[in-house]
Design a protein around this ligand. Structure first.
Ligand SMILES: Cc1cn([C@H]2C[C@H](O)[C@@H](COP(=O)(O)OP(=O)(O)O[C@H]3O[C@H](C)C(=O)[C@H](O)[C@H]3O)O2)c(=O)[nH]c1=O
Length: 184
């Protein structure tokens, strides 16, 4: 008969949480619990003699059937937190052109099959990707690089100066079960 196995988690005084699969063998990201309507398009850059070329958005990727009415960039200082934001009508398409960002999403849409779901995405210069965030999904962005991070947003509805489609909550809002870690 076998005695107690010290490597058996049942024998541990506490076991913590076990990692889920996060990548496949080809390093594609294994999607975690997703939010309905949120899409991630991994992009491969093209090496050139003088650097790299990276596409950001193409309609023929068929991520959505929406137009691109405006493209703007936001520069976030190292450790800076831009949270929380939501739009009633506009879809954000977020891309990190420089540095590294953590994007946290929270589904607060009452009718959504994933209401209450939280998801965390990492976008970076080293690993280009486009993140599509539908209206009604709260999003917060933190620059987690030691450099400023450039966030490019290709939106389907251009920003209205007179009547911004922009709702906000403070970054420590009780309504959203996520706390960004502040860096000094
Ligand atoms: C979007 C936009 C804004 N503005 C003005 C309005 C404000 O006076 C200032 C900053 O804009 P906003 O307050 O919208 O910036 P953030 O709060 O950093 O939010 C932006 O960056 C985060 C990460 C998001 O996810 C938002 O969708 C995006 O709007 O620029 C303009 O003049 N034109 C524009 O197109």
């Amino acid at each position: 008969m076998k005695g107690p196995d010290a490597n058996d988690v049942a024998e541990w005084r506490f076991s913590g949480s076990k990692d889920r699969q996060t990548t496949y063998a080809n390093w594609d990201l294994a999607p975690g619990p997703g939010i309905d309507g949120v899409l991630v398009k991994q992009i491969t850059n093209v090496l050139t003699d003088d650097g790299t070329l990276t596409e950001i958005y193409r309609q023929d990727w068929k991520l959505d059937n929406l137009p691109v009415e405006q493209v703007f960039q936001k520069i976030i200082s190292p450790g800076g937190i831009s949270a929380w934001h939501a739009h009633r009508k506009a879809t954000d398409r977020l891309f990190c052109g420089y540095g590294r960002i953590k994007v946290v999403l929270y589904d607060a849409r009452r009718q959504s099959p994933t209401v209450g779901q939280l998801s965390v995405h990492r976008l970076a210069l080293e690993r280009p990707a486009l993140l599509v965030v539908p209206p009604g999904v709260w999003h917060g962005v933190q620059a987690v690089s030691d450099t400023p991070a450039i966030v490019v947003n290709a939106v389907d509805i251009a920003y209205s100066y007179e009547d911004p489609d922009h709702w906000r909550l403070p970054s420590d809002a009780a309504e959203i079960p996520f706390r960004f870690t502040h860096r000094n």
